[in-house]
Design a protein around this ligand. Structure first.
Ligand SMILES: C[S@@+](CC[C@H](N)C(=O)[O-])C[C@H]1O[C@@H](n2cnc3c(N)ncnc32)[C@H](O)[C@@H]1O
Length: 228
């Protein structure tokens, strides 16, 4: 995924050979050492997109997990290059791709065909060869065994079979409501390691700086269970 940043700081996804922006048109053929001058004289910087750019340019179907929640899921469940992760439901594939940038392998289960094709687009956007998409019902069973982490972002996470998760592995459930948390906490064969919410407050920074008056107050609770 390549992005172009204008002198005013506006970011664009740069996928094709030309890009039309409010600061002029840029052509890939004019790109020299990561810089390209637009038809109106603005010098754009072109670079490989990072994880945070992924969040801005992702193709969206179902509501995606936010960067703040995905980041903590990654850190708290210790996902690293050797990790094997199973994820359900895939949704738009944001969490699966985010984890795929760090894990050895991610298999994501999504029930609805139309969302599977959105996930495919996003996997391609990120050129991820270690993210596998399965158009299957996560409440039936997973084909995989001995995986290290199971991430769940669907309505009834307590209905998902967990026998494929290795002992010591993490079950991470993203639950918008506390009623879901109560049910996840009671899944057999696990100990509850943490239930939390990640709260982020943005600031407006210029001559007079202060927290922004509006914020997203709630996204979801994160429940971390450890398999015994
Ligand atoms: C909120 S979205 C997940 C978003 C995703 N975590 C992301 O970051 O893009 C929930 C998804 O779960 C899927 N889903 C619901 N029940 C399912 C099931 N039994 N098996 C697989 N997917 C399921 C829905 O179709 C929906 O796309």
């Amino acid at each position: 995924m390549q992005i172009a940043i204008s002198p005013s700081g506006k970011k664009y996804l740069f996928e094709k050979d030309e890009l039309h922006t409010s600061e002029g048109q840029i052509l890939r053929e004019n790109l020299v050492s990561g810089k390209v001058t637009s038809s109106s004289g603005a010098v754009f910087t072109v670079l490989k997109g990072s994880v945070s750019d992924l969040f801005d340019f992702f193709k969206r179907g179902p509501q995606v997990i936010t960067l703040k929640d995905a980041g903590y899921i990654l850190a708290r469940s210790g996902v690293s290059k050797d990790s094997f992760v199973v994820d359900a439901g895939g949704g738009s594939g944001f969490l699966a791709c985010f984890l795929g940038l760090h894990a050895g392998k991610v298999v994501t289960y999504e029930l609805r065909k139309e969302f599977v094709s959105i996930i495919k687009k996003n996997v391609d956007l990120m050129s991820l060869s270690n993210v596998v998409i399965k158009n299957k019902d996560a409440y039936s069973d997973f084909d995989e065994r001995d995986f290290d982490v199971l991430t769940l972002d669907l309505l009834e996470p307590w209905l998902v079979p967990t026998h494929g998760l290795r002992v010591g592995g993490f079950l991470v459930a993203y639950c918008p409501t506390i009623q879901q948390v109560e049910k996840v906490k009671r899944i057999d064969g696990f100990v509850v390691e943490e239930v939390c919410e990640i709260i982020k407050r943005d600031w407006k920074v210029n001559n007079i700086s202060r927290p922004k008056s509006k914020m997203i107050a709630h996204t979801g609770f994160l429940v971390f269970l450890r398999k015994l």
